[in-house]
Design a binder for this molecule. Sequence first.
Ligand code: HEM
Length: 409
Amino acid sequence: MTEQILHLSNKTVSNPAEYGPLRERGPLFRASIEGLESPVWFVAGFDDCKEILHDSRFIRDQSKLPGAEGPSLTDEMLAQVGMPQEYFKYFGLLGLSDGEEHTRMRNVVARAFTARRVNALRPSLEKNAADIYAALAEKKEGDLVSELGYPLTSAAICELMGVEAADVPLLQGWIMEFVSYDTERLVPAITNIVEYYKDLIARRRAEPTDDLISELAKPGGPDQDLLSDDVIIAIFMLLTSTGIAPPAHFLGQALLALLTHPEELEKLRAQPELLARRAVPELIRHATSVPTGGPLYAAEDFEFRGCPVKTGDAVIPSLVGVNHDPRQFDDPLKLDLARDLGPGVGHLSFGSGAHYCTGAALAQLETEVVINTFLLQNRTMELAVDPAELQYFDVPGKGTALGALPVRF
Ligand code: HEM
């Protein structure tokens, strides 16, 4: 019998309205996703996906599979965007490990996200959001992805790591080149970022301060056996690649959702106490700005809910699909800022289980501050284009992302 493989474009992967018939195909179905060479199992049901994310028979580290050979899907994605091989070691630090190895490294990374460090970012996030609002309002127009999302989230990551204030604009410039997905701009940018971090680690080793870099680089500190310079750089690349683009594009999508649902925005303006508790989680569910989770691999042959999974098969969670599953959410395509997502997180936009997003609290804080500044405290901003004209770009193998959000005041 020939295997039925469904071809999914990046646009389909990102469109919640297309998932009805896809979910009917079963808990897992075979799909080839635009930008990936090999077909995968795709999962789009909430319960099915949650179970997979908590099932230790599905692992992240493809090199641990019996008879593993060939590039991993992550290496395929890096090669697709033209990343030189010598830099591959700086990517996939947490996303590609399992079990004890993952837990130990994740605990090191989690030092960046103590409640103390995240809450300490609130005053500068509020100041940055207010300054950006004032500058855009004065020129009466702007793009909320490049002029708000990226500057705000990259400044927060730089502050979190301990990049010196005077160097922040320099690093922000390289980060914008790095996330351009254009090989000619990406390669010099990653070289500059890596060299900058190498130099900063050396300086903090010599003269430690109170920042994360000093804490990680401190001679004789805990976990020193793990923390070579390459690993510290990989931690910063992890925070750079996960902590800037996803929240920057998400902030654009959240503001777009509010500007195109004026009745929901009015509801929030009338009940601002909904913001942190209900509206932010609902916007994160509704927008699902990271359309797919990282690939998992079956470590053995088994049947998952009736589907014959073979050792080495890749499974990709469709976070868009699961967050709009009508078996989990009433009227799932609707944005309802008073929606009660129930106990716990309630959606899967940040994943679930061992690889749950470490930056979730920061992402929520950034969203709360931005909505408060741009739509509650100030009320004159509106979309400058028809939503149908907005441009989305492909993220190979992962769906699409909002390129720009032009507004006027
Ligand atoms: C709205 C914004 C964000 C979204 C939608 C998002 C989404 C996700 C998702 C879906 C995962 C899990 C992927 C998987 O299971 O393979 C993840 C993991 C991760 N995220 Fe986020 N994220 C966001 C913001 C952030 C921020 C601000 C940071 C850091 C400052 C961050 C750091 C991480 C890290 C380090 C991981 C890997 C955790 C691990 O593998 O153990 N994220 N994120």
